[in-house]
Design a protein around this ligand. Structure first.
Ligand SMILES: C[S@@+](CC[C@H](N)C(=O)[O-])C[C@H]1O[C@@H](n2cnc3c(N)ncnc32)[C@H](O)[C@@H]1O
Length: 259
């Protein structure tokens, strides 16, 4: 595993116990993705939950397709362990990197992924590999985040310096092109802004960390001085109609594609 992946794995492993308590937008994204899935009539032998985390989507996927058909895959062993502890029944679990899928050709009927694709280094290569592993009549159904995500936080940091402190997210257009280039067809994407309200921007930063989603560039960890950090917080915009509310926008991009 390279250093960046090790870092991602460590952040999510540390967040395994706190994730469910702060994963507000991720739970909304799961519901949106399941709604897309519900629009399809599928014959399913295996469903692979890519970046399954604590297993929030698992009960519904198991209910729909049966527990035998469900496979959880995650980079973080701690996430998989947490997920396993929530359920008395045995879960098929694979500890692996979705960018190096240990899956045979045309083995998976439904590739399901929520709030995970944005952690991948090379989306084009990943999509090509996913297409390889899906059955010809299968479905890739997913949600991820778009460029409007955390726009308020990005704005606040940009007032203080020109460094990157918030993760970048691909646009719906970029995702659609990458899916087409990988050979997917019948691509259907939608996006929806979800706004979570905070009583202080620090609470947002704490939630991001507790979800394991704090940004790391992959380089050396820089020292962000206290004064600079306080200035950044001062630039965080409050709600138009309430100065004590601090909104955090998440652009959820969700949809599906056929191999
Ligand atoms: C934000 S959580 C989403 C978890 C779950 N899908 C949900 O919606 O609640 C992202 C998950 O993706 C996993 N992850 C990140 N990069 C990964 C990779 N390259 N391969 C496999 N899993 C990865 C993390 O360990 C984490 O559990």
């Amino acid at each position: 595993m390279n250093t960046l992946k090790q870092h991602i794995e460590k952040k999510f492993s540390r967040a395994a116990d706190s994730y469910n308590g702060v994963a507000k937008v991720q739970k909304i994204a799961i519901d949106m993705t399941l709604e897309v899935l519900d629009q399809h009539d599928l014959t399913v032998r295996r469903v692979l939950d890519l970046g399954s985390g604590t297993g929030l989507a698992r009960p519904q996927l198991m209910r729909r397709f049966g527990s035998e058909a469900y496979y959880a895959l995650d980079l973080s062993h701690a996430m998989l362990r947490y997920s396993q502890q929530q359920d008395a029944s045995k879960v098929n679990a694979i500890c692996a990197d979705i960018e190096h899928l240990p899956i045979m050709n045309e083995a998976i009927s439904v590739m399901f992924s929520t709030s995970t694709l944005q952690w991948c280094k090379n989306l084009s290569t990943l999509l090509l590999d996913l297409k390889r592993a899906i059955t010809p009549d299968g479905l890739f159904v997913f949600s991820t985040f778009g460029p409007n995500t955390l726009i308020e936080l990005r704005h606040a940091f940009a007032q203080v310096d020109s460094g990157q402190h918030v993760q970048s997210f691909p646009s719906q257009q970029a995702l659609s092109s990458a899916l087409q280039e990988a050979g997917f067809r019948r691509i259907c994407l939608q996006s929806s802004d979800c706004v979570i309200q905070y009583s202080h921007p620090l609470q947002l930063l704490r939630d991001i960390k507790a979800a394991g989603a704090n940004y790391h560039s992959g380089g050396a960890v820089g020292c962000y001085g206290k004064a600079k950090f306080a200035r950044m917080l001062g630039y965080y915009p409050c709600s138009d109609d309430n100065p004590e509310i601090f909104p955090a926008t998440y652009e959820v991009i969700y949809g599906c594609a056929r191999p």
